[in-house]
Design a protein around this ligand. Structure first.
Ligand code: FAQ
Length: 319
């Protein structure tokens, strides 16, 4: 078949809602876009463990510590499913990790902010996982089969994450004046960076149009961001707290909320590596990778001896 026919068949499969599987023919640009997005998503899950890991030893009770530990471990699992999905497109785990460490591959901007108080754990669960879920619910229907299936598993756990975050903030919001202030402060600091998670506005997005055509994305960055604002604007009323945006108001004509301007200079600054914690996050990942080398070597030596493949989870745990 000539390339034009292959491309036509490929697009008609996409249009007919037939999933693309690893051995199917696909345009090179489709493969590359999926590798880029899936590996960046995987890196976000792994780097995303760091801000919360910071509070595991300081959780205020055994119950909160157990919940936080379970959540952070879940994020590691999500990273694993996603690295495995990206590997089906022909890129090795080593290459992906190298690209993260060299700064070639991105990870979500949100994880370059510091976690200053215990209330940040609640705000991350509620806002960051809340934003992630909206995106990932959409990605359960993405056109690349392994990525779609990974997201189905991820979403099941992510919805628990969001609920625990909200419940944790609810306790603080009904607590002492100091606890209420801590809750409000965390919401103030995490609100705008959470809105930035959805990526640049549709007019600035470089990948939106092609990714929508290939049904890698099913909703644009702005559509998902709007959905998030409407969802959180309703939920914050239950907390009795405020979102730090005096332009946030219900628009009866549009049947959605209007909201204030996002600071895109801040977003691009963080994406380019100059956020408050970029260097700290990357250094922590590189250090863990170096210190885990002996575990990877041992797993490979054992696998060679037994003639088995090392488990991907051993590889990740050792990186
Ligand atoms: N941060 O053309 P677009 C989580 C880049 S998981 C950094 O619109 P696209 C779980 C983008 O890569 C959170 N960079 O790009 C958790 C592109 O540059 P490139 C992560 C960003 O791909 C919770 C350029 O800007 N979720 O939170 C960001 O079509 C709690 C132009 O942008 C996913 O990754 C950003 N926020 O749309 C863990 C979901 N936004 O690559 C622990 C999958 C954009 O061309 C605790 N990813 N850029 O050099 C996606 O859905 C998409 O990749 C978007 C961006 C929507 C993020």
């Amino acid at each position: 078949m000539i390339i034009h026919e292959l491309e036509t068949n490929f697009q008609s499969k996409i249009d007919g809602e037939i999933k693309i599987e690893p051995k199917d023919w696909m345009p090179e640009a489709y493969r590359k876009t999926n590798i880029r997005q899936i590996s960046q998503h995987a890196h976000s899950e792994i780097v995303g463990m760091l801000p919360e890991g910071n509070w595991v030893t300081r959780a205020p009770s055994l119950k909160r510590k157990a919940i936080l530990l379970a959540k952070v471990q879940d994020e590691a699992g999500h990273g694993l499913y996603l690295y495995a999905a990206a590997e089906t497109l022909g890129m090795s785990r080593d290459e992906m990790i190298n690209d993260l460490h060299s700064g070639k591959a991105k990870y979500s901007s949100i994880f370059n902010y510091p976690t200053l108080t215990w209330a940040d754990m609640g705000a991350i669960g509620w806002l960051v996982d809340g934003a992630a879920i909206l995106n990932q619910v959409m990605l359960c229907r993405t056109s690349y089969g392994p990525y779609a299936r990974a997201n189905v598993k991820i979403c099941k756990e992510e919805s628990f994450h969001q609920r625990q975050g909200f419940e944790s903030l609810l306790v603080l919001s009904r607590g002492t004046p100091e606890q209420k202030a801590m809750c409000q402060d965390a919401i103030n600091r995490w609100w705008w960076p959470s809105l930035m998670m959805f990526g640049p506005t549709d007019s600035e997005s470089t990948n939106n149009d092609q990714s929508m055509k290939w049904k890698i994305k099913r909703k644009t960055n702005d559509e998902l961001r709007q959905q998030f604002v409407d969802m959180i604007a309703a939920q914050i009323k239950v907390l009795g707290m405020q979102l730090p945006d005096d332009k946030l108001i219900w628009n009866e004509d549009k049947k959605q909320h209007d909201f204030g301007a996002i600071n895109w200079d801040e977003f691009w600054n963080v994406v380019k590596g100059n956020g408050p914690c970029n260097k700290q996050r990357l250094n922590a990942r590189k250090k863990a990778h170096q210190e885990g080398k002996w575990v990877r070597d041992a797993a490979i030596a054992y696998a060679n001896k037994k003639k088995i493949q090392p488990s991907p989870s051993v590889e990740l745990m050792a990186s």
